[in-house]
Write a protein that binds this ligand. Structure first.
Ligand code: SAM
Ligand code: SF4
Length: 535
């Protein structure tokens, strides 16, 4: 099945007015206020959790409405775009009002317990709507569907469809089953599904930034993490399909792409056909938490010539110097000097690396099965800073992992002092059923201790981030305008290559999607403020 591109919001620089071309209508915006209504920031951030996703286009209309909302990581948001593409092909249109939907999809996250609780609460609201409109279909997608499988149907009586992240091609079949009154489940995990041939519908797109999935699943077995069980084996997507998607996005006006994978550094594609072993789809059998059949296997095993991540990055960077390229997530054990050399070679690859540390202590890292030590991580940081002195570095930190002592917690704080992270996602440890940590270790750090340690980490990061922002004042940066400021129609909002938001007065000579040089004059705790300077 080949589905053709359906980029739904394309920006054209036809005039210096704000002109946007949508699939079925051309809309002119004379005033920034109109522009503000038309644009949504597209980078993944926490404030997007639960955000409703809307296709701004009328597809072939069959009169059935889809409401879809997503939780969790950027991969999940990217998956919702695949799902929307498949549903669009079936003739659905989207709605932002779940009460008027024929089908409600909730794309779920299992990474922490509170992510799952949020979904349960939301399902209660959807359930109330369904009681009023019994013909409505409710589908649970993504990691929680994969983790709980058919148990979900027992626990949540109003759910009709449970579908895992590798089974979205089966949606037409499952929707048909639901239409006939059956409750349907497909949580088959695959060793080869990458949805490479499905061109995602860009949802709530600002027409400037987009995610491109380059791989799926994960073969690392970090002891705290449920991802290898909910998203299956690691597999890389055909580079040609990635380049084609990236090129189409650029041709449609997009200026910034983020290449997505759980561990982009282990991206590997081999050209020859898959072996019989790889052609076989497989599912995790057994009950919730029974992951005993999961044996890590390198992706692409047994194939011919390989393309690695550094090469893929170069291929995307070569599409056009005006196309900014980002990537996430890098694993400290895998990030290579080749990737750093490629970043240096191409100005349009943003000098920003998201390098989750999780803990600053080697014993804890060992318990987490991260397969690197504090010293190894510090060496990687030193190398990055030596090779790319201005590189922004962000991270993920888990606080209060099993048996973590005060001293080990202080090692994480000292790691933060050393690295000076520009940004950090910080989480208290949440035990996930079936993971190695849940089987082997006691979740023994009391909640109040986790909270206190969390606050110490948070305070350090906030202070550090602010200090880093202050360092940018007085400097001039190339900023990609991505829309209007959330607070004022008179200001543009844009991003530096370090992924820092910059706010500066609107200048009618420029529009979203343009690069401008901005002199940074001051900053708030999280944002740079400046003025466009003309060369
Ligand atoms: N693949 C990425 C990596 O290895 O760095 C991370 C992917 S995971 C979706 C995002 C982050 O969630 C992790 O880096 C970790 O900090 C956090 N996380 C995962 N499992 C967790 C758990 N059980 N409790 C708390 N945080 C967790
Ligand atoms: Fe989870 Fe570790 Fe894989 Fe990241 S690398 S998705 S933390 S198992």
């Amino acid at each position: 099945m080949i589905l053709f591109p359906k980029t739904v919001t394309a920006k054209l620089s036809l005039t210096r007015k704000f002109v946007f071309l949508r699939a079925n209508s051309q809309i002119m915006f004379d005033r920034p206020a109109d522009l503000k209504n038309a644009l949504h920031p597209n980078m993944h951030d926490e404030s997007r959790q639960g955000e409703v996703l809307v296709i701004e286009q009328t597809p072939k209309y069959k009169g059935r409405k889809l409401y879809i909302e997503s939780y969790g990581c950027a991969m999940n948001f990217a998956d919702s775009e695949i799902v929307a593409s498949i549903m669009l092909d079936m003739g659905f249109e989207t709605t932002s009002q779940y009460k008027e939907a024929d089908v409600i999809f909730i794309n779920t996250c299992s990474i922490r317990d509170n992510a799952e609780q949020r979904v349960r609460n939301r399902l209660r609201e959807f359930g109330a709507a369904k009681r009023k409109s019994p013909g409505m279909t409710i589908g649970v997608l993504g990691c929680m569907a994969e983790r709980l499988k058919s148990k979900f149907l027992e626990e949540e009586k109003l759910v009709d469809i449970v579908i895992g992240p590798d089974s979205y091609r089966d949606l037409p079949n499952l929707i048909n089953q639901a239409d006939e009154g059956a409750r349907a489940v497909n949580v088959l995990l695959s060793r080869e599904e990458t949805y490479a041939d499905i061109s995602p519908v860009r949802l709530n797109s600002n027409g400037i930034s987009a995610f491109v999935s380059i791989m799926r699943g994960c073969d690392n077995m970090c002891s705290f993490c449920v991802v290898p069980f909910t998203r299956g084996r690691e597999r890389s997507r055909d580079p040609l399909s990635i380049i084609q998607e990236a090129r189409e996005l650029f041709n449609n006006g997009y200026k910034e792409l983020t290449l997505l994978g759980q561990n982009v550094d282990s991206y590997k594609w081999r050209a020859s056909p898959p072996t019989p072993l790889q052609g076989r789809g497989e599912t995790h059998k057994g009950n919730v938490g029974d992951y005993s059949d999961h044996v890590p296997l390198s992706s692409g095993e047994g194939r011919g010539e390989a393309v690695n991540f550094a090469q893929l990055l170069e291929m995307v960077a070569l599409i056009d110097p005006q196309l900014r390229v980002r990537f996430s997530t890098s694993h400290p054990k895998d990030i290579t000097d080749d990737v750093l050399h490629t970043m240096i070679k191409y100005d349009n690859i943003c000098n920003h690396i998201h390098l989750p540390v999780q803990s600053g202590n080697s014993r804890v890292l060992n318990l987490m099965n991260r397969t690197y030590t504090r010293q190894w991580y510090l060496e990687r940081i030193d190398t990055i800073k030596k090779m790319i002195p201005d590189c922004a570095i962000s991270t993920d930190i888990i606080i209060g992992f099993c048996t973590e002592t005060e001293e080990e917690h202080r090692d994480t704080l000292s790691m933060m002092d050393y690295v000076q992270y520009d940004f950090a996602y910080m989480y208290t440890y949440s035990e996930r059923p079936g993971t190695l940590a849940a089987k082997k270790f006691k979740d023994d750090i009391p909640p109040e201790v986790k909270t206190r340690r969390f606050n110490e980490i948070l305070t350090k990061q906030q202070e550090g981030s602010h200090k880093r922002l202050l360092n940018h004042t007085g400097k001039t940066y190339r900023v990609l305008i991505d829309g209007l400021s959330k607070k004022s129609d008179l200001d543009f909002s844009g991003k530096t290559e370090y992924n820092i938001t910059v706010i500066f007065p609107v200048n009618p000579d420029y529009m979203p999607g343009d690069y401008v040089n901005v002199l940074i004059e001051k900053c708030t705790p999280a944002t740079l403020l400046g003025n466009i300077i003309t060369n």
